[in-house]
Design a protein around this ligand. Structure first.
Ligand code: SAH
Ligand code: SF4
Ligand code: F3S
Length: 443
């Protein structure tokens, strides 16, 4: 029998990308091969995101496209991921979707695919307290073969009032460190030169071995073990929570050259009133204290962030507090969003979404404009400095140039001069834009 073909589209965060790789690995063992052409697929999957309303709207648009495929031929359409978990049976009302599978149900996908018929859609949205897919080697979807994602935990135990993730991903659970290290070693043996350890809140990673309860492993210890896999394997991680990032993690980063000097530290707002309402459990002062600590131990550390504009009850002063915090820290880059109310969250139940749409947009635009200036200033400070770069590929703008990232996460472009993806090179920064460092090779 010919292998069945599966096509998958992925939305949302890096963890969801890694989940798609887990799904593909499970389906491969069940006899499916991946196709990148939706038109020839036997199974179309959308691995979805619910973080903001516009993320879900995009996916509804895609479901419309899948319906067109269904009018042409027999094809199974499955929705996996966060939107499957949030909307459950409601997704079946579209009469386009045959399978609804939440983030903890992927092992049951082969059985669901066997059982599904047009009159018998399949749904599994059970959340688990244990599932970490620890024994599954993800089928890597990246094309460059340089950088691999490794999920070290799943779910989230925080209750940030705006956030849907605890509802779509369930309770936090950490993965057995032995399986994490094995996966990092395996990636290195296959030629990968960078791993990115993923979790919603990596600082709360904690493994208690059921057999040896005294052998606990925290995030700093895990980071150290992964760094020891090889000095030629770079280690990154995301996301750090400002309330939980420990001195031990910062010192561990400083101790190992191959742990990249970059921390993604989402602040969300610079106003204490907003932080309190967001239930972030830290203040502006605490955040600035963590940044000061990071910079005292790792002076060249890249610090990036996430910001939400226009959260419930945000005043003009709260907004100015965000702008002033951004200036004070001088973030290297940021992901910036307009607040989007998510049904069922604490904020949706307790606080009116009362900042008018046009005010949200104006504030977001101001935040983006400021960050563009800060990114440019931060990049200008790099001019004249040298960096060790891991080459990730050929520059999109110029086929004779390569690009890669410095430890601090900044993207550098430089002349290829015979070098290849996956190699390390040293460069000197000559000039910059707000997004890129233009560099020369040094020998
Ligand atoms: N676990 C990470 C963030 C995961 S979600 C953390 O705690 O930092 C990624 C980002 O999406 C968040 O940092 C936040 O800035 C944004 N976000 C989450 N919910 C949102 C909402 N309802 N509206 C707008 N942005 C949101
Ligand atoms: Fe959402 Fe907060 Fe958990 Fe991040 S830490 S995933 S923002 S609840
Ligand atoms: Fe989106 Fe789910 Fe990630 S809501 S951001 S895909 S955890």
């Amino acid at each position: 029998m010919q292998d069945k073909k599966v096509y998958i589209e992925t939305y949302g965060c890096q963890m969801n990308v890694n989940d798609s790789e887990v799904i593909l690995s499970i389906l491969k063992d069940a006899g499916y091969v991946r196709t990148e052409d939706m038109g020839e697929a036997d199974v179309i999957l959308a691995n979805t995101c619910s973080i903001r309303d516009n993320a879900e709207q995009r996916i509804w648009g895609r479901i419309g496209q899948f319906r067109i495929q269904k009018t042409k031929r027999d094809v199974i359409v499955g929705i996996t991921g966060c939107m499957a978990e949030r909307l459950k049976e409601k997704l079946l009302d579209s009469h386009t979707v045959d399978i609804v599978a939440g983030p903890d149900s992927y092992r049951s996908l082969p059985a669901m695919l066997r059982a599904v018929t047009p009159d018998n859609p399949q749904i599994n949205v059970l959340l688990s307290h244990e599932e970490t897919y620890s024994d599954i080697t993800p089928l890597r979807m990246d094309r460059n073969g340089v950088s691999a994602y490794i999920s070290i935990m799943r779910g989230c135990n925080n209750v940030c009032s705006y956030c849907v993730v605890p509802y779509t991903r369930g309770a936090e659970r950490s993965r057995d460190p032995k399986t994490i290290i094995r996966e990092a070693e395996d990636a290195f043996c296959r030629g990968y030169r960078e791993v990115c350890l993923l979790g919603q809140n990596v600082d709360s990673y904690f493994w208690e071995d059921p057999d040896t309860p005294d052998d606990n492993v925290n995030f700093a210890q895990l980071l150290e073990s992964v760094a020891k896999v090889s000095p030629d394997l770079r280690v990154r991680f995301s996301t750090s929570h400002p309330k939980d990032i420990s001195d031990e993690v910062i010192y561990t980063m400083a101790m190992y050259d191959n742990i990249c000097s970059h921390i993604h530290l989402p602040v969300q707002s610079g106003s204490n009133a907003m932080l309190e309402k967001m239930r972030r459990k830290y203040t502006r002062e605490w955040y600035l204290g963590r940044v000061a600590k990071i910079r005292s131990v790792i002076p060249d550390c890249g610090i990036t962030t996430d910001i939400i504009a226009g959260f419930c009850g945000e005043t003009a002063q709260d907004h100015r507090d965000t702008l002033s915090l951004m200036e004070e820290v001088g973030f290297d880059s940021a992901f910036m969003f307009q607040y989007s109310e998510r049904p069922g969250t604490l904020a949706a139940r307790k606080f009116p979404d009362d900042v008018p749409e046009e005010v949200k947009t104006a504030r977001l635009n101001e935040i983006i404009a400021l960050q563009n200036r800060l990114s440019l200033e931060s990049n200008r400070r790099e001019i004249g400095k040298t960096h060790r770069i891991l080459i990730e590929g050929v520059s999109k703008k110029n086929g004779n140039e390569l690009f890669g990232r410095a430890g601090n996460n900044k993207v550098c472009v430089f002349p290829a001069e015979g070098h290849r993806t996956g190699e390390y090179v040293h460069v000197r920064v000559l000039s910059c834009t707000s997004a890129t460092l233009i560099s020369e090779l040094i020998r």
